[in-house]
Design a protein around this ligand. Sequence first.
Ligand code: FAD
Ligand code: SF4
Ligand code: SF4
Length: 653
Amino acid sequence: MRIGVFICHCGSNIGGTVDCAKVAETARAYPDVVYAVDLMYSCAEPGQAAIEAAIHEHKLDGVVVASCSPRMHEPTFRRTVERAGLNRYMFEMANIREHVSWIGKDKVANTNKAAELVEMAVAKLRNDKPLFSKSFDINKRVLIIGGGVAGIQAALDCADGGVPVVLVERQPTIGGKMAKLDKTFPTVDCSACILGPKMVDVAQHPNITLYAMSEVEDVSGYVGNFTVKIRKRATYVDWSLCTGCGACTEKCPSKKTPDAFNEFTGPTTAINIAFPQAIPKKAVINPEYCRQMTKGKCGVCAKVCPTGAIKYDMQDEVVTEEVGCIVAATGYDLMDWTIYEQYGGGKYPDVITSLQYERLLSASGPTEGHIKRPSDGKEPQSVVFIQCVGSRDKSIGRPYCSGFCCMYTAKQAVLTKDHIPTSQSYVFYMDIRAPSKLYDEFTRRAIEEYGTEYIRGRVSKIYPDGNGQYIVKGVDTLLGQPVEIRADLVVLAVGIEASKGSPQLAEKLRISYDSYGFFMESHPKLKPVETNTAGVFLAGVCQGTKDIPSSVSQGSAAAAKVLALFARDKLENDPQIAQVDNKRCVACGKCIRCCPFGAITEVEFRGEKKAQVIETVCQGCGVCTSTCPQGAIQLSHATDNQILAEVNALCQC
Ligand code: FAD
Ligand code: SF4
Ligand code: SF4
């Protein structure tokens, strides 16, 4: 074999603490190495050209590059060797940046360790074999999970690009949190007016199939060919017949049903349409409050429905959809703020959440856009806003910033003054974070034009004063003195968390999530909408906090990834997958049970049962290879022999 070794300086990233020329010189003595050199930037064009030229000039049949993490640049170098005529798997990378130069300052020790890593890579390369991908067809349909603004944008962009979309939303209507907002910062335009047309487009688009009141139950398959089981929850109304006329909601006698869309700021009826602009605009019965379903007495809605749509015996239904890729856009929920006993823990009716306040401000809300105190329906004059309730609070395990609360608090203070010109708003804040376009200017308007009083400090306690008001006690940390404000209404900017069930969904999708349940992107800067599972993309707050403009941008970015994937007619599998040695396999089935991707099946081979790897499904994770008691499964490109060669090389060093 004729191996070439290239040691990268990565500017001073590696060169600063590793003697790269010395590593190259040492490598020249390794078996089969016929050429070794150090390069300033091996991933840059001149570096790649040098590698290609060396392959031709020295008739290399294998290449080792010692540089950075393979995560970013392994595909780059594989393409480089391929351009020069080698099989892309006749290439190995040694990570002498993250594993050496960035973690140690001792140049001699670093140089020795770098040389050892290169020796291991050479040892592995000597056992490498060319591998070849297989191509397979793509099902050019996309599943989008979550119909908030991010999912809506992704769905419309994909559908406009000619791709059939299956949009799954667990609530009765799409729109997510944006549908609940009154106005949006920094332009203070009506949320329903800008979101409404997009929601209607979703309903009318010939390429979009919408499943509302539905959730993904199971996902199997792989990029290009996923099979998804979707549970359509029973609505007790046949939506193919329901025209959304509202006759049932008008007559329903069960009028004390909790109203989730209005954030429980007022009751609704047991049969209900979420809000006037709901998409789909269809009625849903809440079985816990329906008199017919709980007591067997009523049936009013069935009597008044002109289309006979009411079906009290409806059951959940599971449907199967085949798609080529998936976009997760499941957004966020507000955390349970009632753990804050000092703010009343949910006992005081006039201490409400920011999202409840949006519903009070909104014309489609329970007070038809008039700000009224939940306790007595009076207009509040003194409104106190408290930011960071459950954000940036290490004491409850939530050190992260919820991102948009500073801005929506300023917006809500502005809207309060617009609604009640005689009112006074106070904002308790830790810091004002207003970094985007026109955001700082907007916050200044809230202070300078609208007279909102901003107090830097934390609130230690809220309690009723006995005369219908609340005392908000805190400290002004700028003045260094305690403050006490008498409030008619207190609005808490409650911190966000990943939407309910996110970790479970992540496991179904086989994507990673962080310790707070937000889905992990493949690379925080360069692959913000990709995940580590091919064909699964992210959009919106499910990946981390984002305001509406950023959620929309990410929805479009995810759609661009889907369209790019579907621009190809065939996909190629990664040949670094498991392979069964039929002679050794005793069909014990352990590999079938342990494979997290369901990629192993049992087949008949010459009259005997054997395990068989489904090549397009295997992700090369290697779990089966370490589970098989017979050693009958090997992972191509990480065989036992290759790993042992690396270990032996290290032991000889
Ligand atoms: P979401 O709006 O949360 O939508 C996610 C959707 O996915 C929901 O419909 C949910 O039901 C659905 N879903 C969740 N899990 C599943 C599942 N497993 N299966 C199927 N469906 C699922 N931003 C601004 O830019 N301007 C503002 O003025 C503004 N005001 C705000 C005011 C308040 C009080 C709050 C709390 C936020 C405000 N925001 C504002 C932020 C804004 O709400 C978010 O940026 C935006 O909603 C993010 O959209 P999304 O689609 O990522 O998530
Ligand atoms: Fe739908 Fe019938 Fe109710 Fe009208 S009365 S909204 S058609 S269920
Ligand atoms: Fe309301 Fe149930 Fe009566 Fe229908 S049957 S009107 S949903 S209580």
